[in-house]
Design a protein around this ligand. Sequence first.
Ligand SMILES: Cc1ncc(COP(=O)(O)O)c(C=O)c1O
Length: 448
Amino acid sequence: MKSEIKSLTERDSICIWHPYSQGFNSTSPVPVVRAERIYLIAENGERYIDGISSWWTNIHGHSNPHISREIALQASELDHVIFAGFTHPPAVQLAERLLNILPENQSRIFYSDDGSTAVEVALKMALQYWTNKGVDRKRIIAFENAYHGDTFGAMSVSARSAFTNPFGDLLFNVDTIPIPSSDDDETPLTLLDNLLKTYNNQYAAFIFEPLVQGAGGMRMYSASALDRIIRYCRGNKIICIADEVMTGFGRTGSFFASDHLKEKPDIFCLSKGLTGGTMPLGATSCSEEIYSAFLSDDKSKTFFHGHSFTANPIACRASLASLDLLTDPACLNAIKRIQNKHRDFIAQIKTYQCVSNPRICGTILAFELGNDTMSDYFHSIRDWLYFYFLEKKILLRPLGNTLYLMPPYCIEDFELQILYNAITQMLNDFSIKKLNANKSYTPNGTVT
Ligand SMILES: Cc1ncc(COP(=O)(O)O)c(C=O)c1O
């Protein structure tokens, strides 16, 4: 008689719908049963290096003892409580501590669930700010090639792509400008100026991923050029929203990417590294000017937004524990150490002809493979790269032809070296086999 006992992946294949995955022909997911530091440990005992911090969330490594302990304590003290009409210590402490490290102009924290909802909250705050003021400003400016999440507002301010196409007609229109290509690139400002001449006083907000556009291909751009755009927006009363969902909590070498700016944004969107990558939580902070526009005895000026799990105490406590680690000088030193190592490695691989636009920002290292200097999410080389590293027990998730590293900060030098060696070997294989980035690659490496 045939055994009824199925493996985890077989059971998964019958009942789970995975994100960003084509169920029709995708390979089986790796069954992970444990994780520690930078390692994901599979059911069969194999250990995978998490080179991308599990979708950019896990900044201190997996199952960190301090964060795990705090989560367990909180779960036994207060698991959850409605956040309308009630409050609790972790939510208040976290807001206080976030406001301590955010720029001084930030004065209130609004909690939500993840990066997309933090963005939705920011957009709704900005739009309702103007409604509450009795001013008709509804247009939004975003950068070309942006990614701000998968909910409808977040999709609307993101680049139109295969991600958004099925919903194209339902998304609201957004005006876009390119990211600056250099410190003194004036093109985005000129285009912005033209837009403002056409739609005089109609702009409510400008939303941007400061310094690095993540999902759009780890595109890095100048802080001083962004400063000029923000200054221009400020001069025209346009609310500036920094989406720091990916760049926040040390990724770019400082607490927030906006710390590299002179002009401080009015609203911040935070998630991912907020809880150290352990629990889902989003936070949107805003200035007193924005918050005060919602204070009124007219109930219609209330911000009618909230989620069942807003300010979940366990997630807030995890964030407090993560902040304990982040604000320890040892962590900031680790970030600097990774940045220096990345810089050395970039200098080494620059000589490869198949490496285009090698770059770093903080702990993020990226380059395009092949001659295309632009990132192309649907590039056929992507699967070949993904499975090349997975075979070596390394999790990297190339964005098309863009390969990047974004490790947890606890990664040690010898572990970074394992990642660098694997990349160098890949570049050698790529060059020796004279693989062509424009051809199609199957997961097992055959070229079609
Ligand atoms: C800049 C940015 N904003 C928003 C999001 C959406 O976050 P989430 O996936 O948690 O909804 C992401 C996710 O990658 C992001 O990189």
